[in-house]
Ligand binder design. Structure first.
Ligand code: FAD
Length: 486
């Protein structure tokens, strides 16, 4: 039986393991941490449970497919509910907008609270759907680095539509054309952060993202986001994938341009195929230092990172839902701080995720589990202690002002996740959440491919390679590799 080694038990590594096992390989997953999931994990404290990383779940079909290809019923392992409210938005002037999943309700809400009309919102979301339909198969489901991917009718169709996909304008330029109210523009510009970019540089084609929420739906797994990891690991183990935790891979051995084994501190694992879920930067820097460096990838700007406070809150807030955003007054300044001066803006946009709104076991009665996050730069040698202390004060002030209550008094549990910790825990280069940023109109083509041109049997999956970061795309990278390995 052919052997496959997967380096890393992030969501893409687990998905690749399931796919390779299903193909008939003997599969071993080597993970440096004591637990699976990488960024998709959870923490507990004082009877509160928090999802540690991702909080928004879209395209659940990508998870279900992994059970289906193994002839299992997904609902025997994993269940989720669709959210009827995507997000509650709070603005400095006191305006509140509820983003209902129902497009008619949402459009009416925008018309009521801004100077933009409901029909403009519907037009914008129709365009988002158009971009999705025109590009999904070509850009998200196939390798962009195989000639065969471009020799198909679907590619031709996508290329013909290129001029209509807003590639040559920034997301903000497109949104400023579509809407006149800065509140609506901010709301739609925010989607650039879903892959760690700035709307002022990322191409308008990223206006595909609202369709994922409004068209395809936003979901919350029963038991929390971490259940995605749990259920897939359960499936993987059932079909015979072997997991080795606390096994950091130090190098990949190659002979005549073929990867032959993977080396940890205590073992050497011989293999026929290597799939690397570790950040692509580390493959070239640490795992195969002799490999030809890909300067293009190294030069690319990293995506943003995150500063998160997990707060157990001794009160319930009916005005908050699962996803909540408290907007900055000046979005442009906030992104300039993140991507230009690599600092944190004094009035950051604050995201509050509260799973206990739907999962009652996540917080004691009468309390809530707040995951409070702001977008911050990746690690570039900043004085993080000072920046974090200031940001914490500013965040508390902003939330307290919006909700009319002193929040600090209500915090009975606290833990933090910083860019440096993200780097240390997952070896994500510079602690970026989504690999490289999309602050470039050709970013999709610059992401590292899913295979090595130098080593025949070496493949790459996960958020740092094509098609990109985020759970659905990381899962898609595993699917692309499945197609590449014949
Ligand atoms: P990772 O999760 O980074 O896993 C890589 C694994 O490889 C890790 O377990 C690591 O320990 C292991 N590893 C690395 N090097 C080695 C080595 N040498 N030897 C052995 N093991 C190694 N996505 C969404 O879809 N929705 C969201 O709402 C969302 N929000 C996010 C919020 C935060 C705070 C973060 C951090 C991420 C968020 N994301 C979100 C992004 C999403 O989490 C990632 O894109 C996705 O989980 C990446 O999975 P992955 O498999 O590529 O890598």
């Amino acid at each position: 039986m052919k052997k496959a080694i997967i380096i890393g038990a992030g969501i893409a590594g687990i998905a690749s393991a399931i796919r390779l096992k299903n193909k008939g390989y003997q599969v071993q997953v080597l993970e440096k941490n004591a637990y699976p999931g990488g960024k998709l994990t959870q923490i507990h404290g004082n009877n509160f449970r928090f999802d540690a990383g991702p909080s928004l779940f879209t395209m659940p079909n990508m998870v279900a497919e992994l059970f289906e290809i193994c002839n299992k019923n997904p609902t025997d392992y994993f269940n989720y509910e669709q959210l009827d409210v995507l997000c509650n938005y709070f603005y400095e002037d006191g305006t509140r907008i509820t983003a209902h999943a129902d497009i008619d309700l949402f459009a009416a809400e925008i018309e009521q609270n801004t100077s933009d009309s409901a029909s403009k919102v519907k037009q914008h979301l129709a365009k988002s759907k158009y971009i999705y339909n025109a590009t999904e198969e070509q850009f998200l489901s196939k390798s962009l680095h195989k000639i065969s991917s471009f020799l198909s009718f679907s590619t031709l169709r996508a290329l013909i539509k290129f001029p209509f996909l807003n590639i040559f304008n920034s997301m903000n330029e497109v949104n400023e054309k579509a809407f006149k109210d800065s509140k609506t523009i901010r709301l739609f510009n925010r989607y650039a952060t879903y892959n760690g970019s700035t709307p002022y540089k990322a191409p308008g084609i990223l206006n595909i993202i609202p369709h994922l929420e409004f068209g395809l739906g936003a979901y919350l797994p029963k038991g929390g986001m971490h259940e995605i990891t749990n259920s897939l690991v359960r499936l993987a183990k059932e079909i015979g994938v072997e997991f080795h935790f606390n096994q950091e891979v130090n190098s990949i051995t190659t002979t005549k341009n073929i990867a032959t084994s993977v080396v940890t501190a205590s073992h050497k694992f011989a293999t026929d195929v290597v799939i690397c879920n570790a950040d692509i930067h580390n493959v070239y820097e640490k795992l195969i230092p002799s490999a030809k460096k890909l300067k293009k990838v190294d030069k690319q700007e990293r995506s943003s990172s995150a500063l998160i406070f997990y707060w157990g809150i001794d009160k319930e807030f009916p005005e908050l839902d699962v996803h909540n955003i408290l907007f900055t007054e000046d979005y442009k300044k906030e992104f300039e701080h993140i991507f230009n001066s690599k600092t944190i803006y004094e009035d950051p946009t604050v995201y509050i995720n509260i799973t206990s709104k739907r999962i009652k076991e996540d917080a004691p009665k009468g309390k809530e589990n707040w995951f409070v996050m702001i977008n911050v730069p990746s690690v570039y040698g900043q004085n993080w202690d000072e920046m974090i202390a200031t940001a914490r004060k500013n965040i508390l002030q902003k939330i307290s002002k919006n909700l009319g209550v002193d929040i600090e008094d209500l915090i009975e549990f606290e833990e933090q996740l910083t860019p440096q910790l993200i780097q240390d825990k997952t070896y994500s280069y510079k602690g970026s959440l989504y690999g490289t940023s999309s602050n470039n109109r050709f970013a999709a083509f610059f992401r590292h491919k899913n295979f090595s041109s130098q080593f025949k049997n070496l493949y790459f999956c996960g958020g740092s390679v094509h098609p990109g970061g985020g759970i659905p795309l990381a899962l898609s990278s595993a699917k692309i590799i499945d197609k590449l390995i014949r």
